[in-house]
Design a protein around this ligand. Structure first.
Ligand SMILES: *Cc1c(COP(=O)(O)O)cnc(C)c1O
Length: 326
């Protein structure tokens, strides 16, 4: 357990032994933590475009982004929909790379029956208040390389071998390498425990909310006004998020305004990292990743939270329908 997914990702990159000229591949269409953890480990992020269907890193574009300095890949399971992990792991094996899954949005999501976050060498989860299972701030790192376990334990506990001391393996604990405090509060994790005990109930409710939207929006989708998320057949999703894709940025802005006038707050994300101020200072610029840029201009998230009622959802759908004159 860690205090956040951001902390879990930082612990993960610290474990990878990155060097100043090391490169790590990631999508640009993601939350900033996916990139910060690379920079914090002193390495360089290299952005890869996304697939237009799942909005996940395009596994077919990974190989051409590789250089002799590439050390790791961080696939992000956007909206809890699994990346093409078989292809990514095969590439990683071929080129000797570490795979860190950013499974922040993918707790309780599966691909081909395998839990996301458990397939790569390392997997990071989030229990932030905006995720499916929450404790305010919380995270976890899943470690699939047994040889990394001891160092993870040390880095997480301020760079000391305190855990070995607790197990009676050493008679005193001391500073053994550079670490940090990646230990969560017990109170937060106790809260999380109760959330995980209610996992099935939470998952069931989110599925109903998600399906209510997709069923009611189906006529607009068939009419070509918008697209609902694409879920590959081998993905069993956790219904983390519902978004719609619109024709262009102008339509999205007008729809946001239309919803706002009806007291409905719909938001979008992300500003692609490669075209953010930080991305530009690293030498990236707009125009480099066409799918990422197109999606970031057209995607709109609909209100989705555990306690939303069907009546409220109906209001959202009615407002979207009236926008399209349906
Ligand atoms: C939420 C999120 C994070 C960060 O999680 P925290 O627990 O808030 O640190 C990282 N990556 C992605 C893709 C996320 O959605």
């Amino acid at each position: 357990m860690t205090p956040s997914c951001s902390a879990a990702l930082e612990l993960a990159t610290m474990l990878c032994g990155l060097e100043p000229d090391s490169e790590v591949l990631l999508p640009s269409y993601t939350f900033v933590s996916t990139a910060n953890c690379i920079m914090r480990a002193g390495a360089r992020p290299v952005f890869v475009d996304i697939r237009p269907d799942t909005l996940n890193i395009d596994e077919k574009q990974i190989e051409s982004a590789l250089t002799p300095r590439t050390r790791a890949i961080i696939p992000v399971h956007y909206a809890g929909v699994g990346c093409e992990m078989d292809a990514i792991m095969a590439l990683a094996d071929k080129h000797g790379l570490v795979v860190i899954e950013d499974a922040a949005q993918a707790v309780n999501s599966y691909k081909n029956g395998r839990a996301l976050g458990s397939i790569g060498h390392l997997g990071a989860f989030s229990f932030h208040e905006t995720k499916n299972y929450t404790c305010g701030e919380g995270g976890a790192l899943c470690i699939n390389k047994p040889e990394l376990e001891r160092r993870a334990e040390i880095i997480r506990d301020k760079g000391t071998n305190r855990q070995e001391f607790f197990r009676g393996e050493v008679d005193k604990y001391t500073w053994v390498e550079v670490g940090s405090s990646f230990v969560p509060s017990e109170i937060c994790t106790a809260f999380l425990c109760a959330q995980l005990e209610a996992m099935e109930e939470i998952a069931h409710r989110r599925k109903r909310i998600y399906e209510f939207y997709t069923e009611r929006l189906a006529p607009l989708e068939q009419g070509g006004s918008l697209c609902c998320p694409f879920i590959p057949e081998d993905c069993q999703i956790n219904h983390h998020m519902i978004y719609i894709l619109l024709e262009n940025e102008k339509t999205r802005s007008a729809l946001i305004e239309h919803l706002k006038e009806r007291n409905i707050h719909a938001v979008f994300h992300y500003v692609p990292l490669h075209s953010s101020p930080m991305g530009e200072s690293l030498g990236f610029s707009k125009g480099m990743l066409p799918e990422t840029e197109s999606v970031s201009q057209r995607l709109l998230r609909l209100p989705m939270f555990y306690e939303i009622t069907e009546e409220e959802q109906s209001r959202v759908v009615a407002a979207i329908s009236s926008f399209f004159g349906a």
